[in-house]
Design a protein around this ligand. Structure first.
Ligand code: AMP
Length: 424
C-alpha cells in the first residue's frame, strides 16, 4: 500500500496555531460554571453499550443508528460515548458522590462520537463541554444551570445565541399527554416509519422537520399545555428565576430533543448564523435517569455545548475569543551546534522558563536572515538575538517584534534583567 494516510471520515484535527482559539473557546464556555463551584469529572470515553441503550434510549437515533460499538478482546460489548450525561451520572453513582452534600455539581469536556453523515458543523468525533447538577429538583438550580450556558456563550463574545425553553412534564403527567398525542397522531396521514415512531416515542414526531409532517401538526397537543400542577409550578418558578437573573429566552412549546431522558425543564441554544445545524447547545432535567441506570431516585439537570459550532458561530459573528498563546520571548542564537551563542541561548531560554516566562529557541543553523524569519513566525513578542560579536562585547540584542525596536542588554544578570523587562 502507498499513499498518504488521512484521518477517518467525519473527524478533523485540532492544530496550532488555530488550536489556541479552540482552547480559548472551551475555557470561555466553561468559565461561568467553574466560578459557580462546579467540579471537574472525567469518565472514560468508552462504556458498556448497555449504559447508553438504557440511559439515552434504545429507540433514539443516537443509540439505534449512530453509535460506534465494538467488542473488546474479552467479548464485552462497548461503545464510544455519544454524549456525556449517562457516563457522568454512572460515574457519580459508582463513586457514591450522591451520598455526600447535594447537589453534586460537575463539569466535563471531551470528545463525543456519533456516526452521523458529516456536513458543515456535524462531525463523527466532536467536542462538547458540559455540566451536570445532580441531587436536587430546585427550580432555582435549573435557572442557574441554564444561565451558566447563556453566560458561557456571552464569555466567548457571542451576541446571537438564542435560548429556547420548554417543559416536557414528568412521570406523573407525561403518560396521559403521550396518549393524547398518540390519539392525535393516529388521525394524521403519516408514512409507515413515522407511524412506528409515533408508537414508540410520539414526542419525537413533533420534532420531524419534513414539511409534509409539519403541515399536519398545527393542532397537535403540546407538552407545556398538559403539565400536572407540580410540573407547571416548577416551570413557572424556573422562568421567574431566569427573569431574576436577566436571562432572555423564548418559550418553545414544540421543542423536544433527541434523547429520551429529559423531564420538565428542557432547552436548546441556537445560533442563526449556522445554517441547518443551528443548535450550539442543549440540555435539560433528567429526573428518572439515575433509576434507569440502576441507582436510587436522584433528580438532575445539565447541558452540553458544542465547541465546533461555537467556533463557527464566532466566525459568523466576527468575534475572536482571546487566545493567550503568545510567547514572551524567542531566543535567536547565531551559530551552529556547540557554538557559544547556541549554548548561551539554550541556557537562557531554559532559565527564563524556570522563572515563569514562556520562551522558545530558534533551532537549526540557518544564518541571521533565516533565523530572524523563524523568530518572526514564532508568535513571540520579543526576540533575544545572540551573536558571536555581541557576546565578545558582553551583550545580546533584545528586539521588540511588534515595533521593531532593538537595544543591547548586558549579559551579566541577563535572566534577571529579562525577567523584569518581559514579565507581563
Ligand atoms: P446533543 O448532545 O445532541 O444535545 O448536542 C449538544 C450539542 O453538541 C449540540 O447543540 C451541538 O452543538 C453539539 N453536537 C451534537 N452533535 C454534533 C455533531 N455530530 N457534530 C458537531 N457538534 C455536535
Amino acid at each position: 500500500m502507498s499513499g498518504e494516510l488521512r484521518g477517518p471520515k467525519g473527524t478533523y484535527d485540532v492544530l496550532p496555531p488555530a488550536s489556541a482559539t479552540w482552547l480559548a473557546v472551551r475555557e470561555a464556555l466553561l468559565g461561568p460554571a467553574r466560578r459557580a463551584g462546579y467540579g471537574y469529572v472525567e469518565p472514560p470515553v468508552f462504556e458498556d453499550v448497555e449504559l447508553f441503550a438504557r440511559g439515552v434510549g434504545a429507540s433514539t437515533d443516537i443509540v439505534a443508528k449512530e453509535m460506534f460499538v465494538f467488542t473488546d478482546r474479552g467479548g464485552r460489548s462497548l461503545a464510544l460515548r455519544p454524549e456525556g450525561t449517562a457516563g457522568v451520572l454512572r460515574a457519580l453513582l459508582q463513586g457514591r458522590l450522591h451520598t455526600g452534600p447535594l447537589p453534586v455539581k460537575t463539569w466535563y469536556a471531551g470528545p463525543m462520537f456519533r456516526a452521523e453523515r458529516p456536513q458543515a458543523g456535524r462531525f463523527r468525533q466532536f467536542q462538547q463541554v458540559g455540566v451536570e447538577a445532580v441531587g436536587l429538583d430546585d427550580p432555582a438550580l435549573d435557572a442557574e444551570v441554564v444561565a451558566l450556558a447563556a453566560q458561557g456563550f456571552a464569555a466567548v463574545g457571542l451576541t446571537g445565541v438564542r435560548l429556547l425553553l420548554t417543559s416536557l412534564g414528568d412521570a406523573a403527567c407525561r403518560p396521559a399527554y403521550r396518549e393524547r398525542l398518540q390519539g392525535f397522531l393516529a388521525g394524521l396521514d403519516l408514512d409507515e416509519e413515522t407511524r412506528r415512531r409515533a408508537a414508540v416515542n410520539p414526542l419525537r414526531v413533533l420534532d420531524d422537520k419534513r414539511p409534509e409532517v409539519q403541515a399536519q401538526l398545527g393542532g397537535a397537543p403540546l407538552p407545556p399545555d398538559h403539565l400536572c400542577d407540580a410540573c407547571r409550578a416548577h416551570h413557572d418558578a424556573v422562568r421567574e428565576s431566569l427573569a431574576d437573573l436577566g436571562v432572555a429566552w423564548s418559550d418553545a412549546p414544540r421543542l423536544v430533543r433527541g434523547l429520551d431522558y429529559y423531564t420538565r425543564t428542557t432547552f436548546e441554544l441556537v445560533h442563526d448564523g449556522l445554517g441547518a445545524q443551528s443548535a450550539v447547545g442543549g440540555g435539560g432535567r433528567y429526573d428518572g435517569l439515575a433509576e434507569t441506570l440502576g441507582g436510587p431516585p436522584l433528580p438532575g439537570i445539565g447541558w452540553a455545548l458544542g465547541v465546533e459550532r461555537t467556533l463557527l458561530a464566532a466566525e459568523a459573528e466576527g468575534v475572536a475569543p482571546a487566545a493567550d498563546g503568545a510567547l514572551d520571548l524567542v531566543v535567536v542564537p547565531i551559530g551552529g551546534a556547540g557554538s557559544a551563542p547556541k549554548r548561551l541561548g539554550v541556557r537562557t531560554a531554559d532559565a527564563l522558563r524556570r522563572a515563569g516566562l514562556s520562551a522558545t529557541v530558534v533551532f537549526g543553523d540557518r544564518g541571521l536572515k533565516g533565523a530572524m524569519k523563524a523568530a518572526d513566525r514564532s508568535g513571540a513578542r520579543h526576540a533575544l538575538v545572540v551573536g558571536e560579536r555581541d557576546l565578545a562585547e558582553g551583550v545580546a540584542q533584545l528586539k521588540d517584534l511588534t515595533t521593531g525596536e532593538q537595544r543591547a542588554v548586558p549579559l551579566d544578570d541577563l535572566v534577571t534583567r529579562l525577567t523584569e523587562e518581559l514579565r507581563p
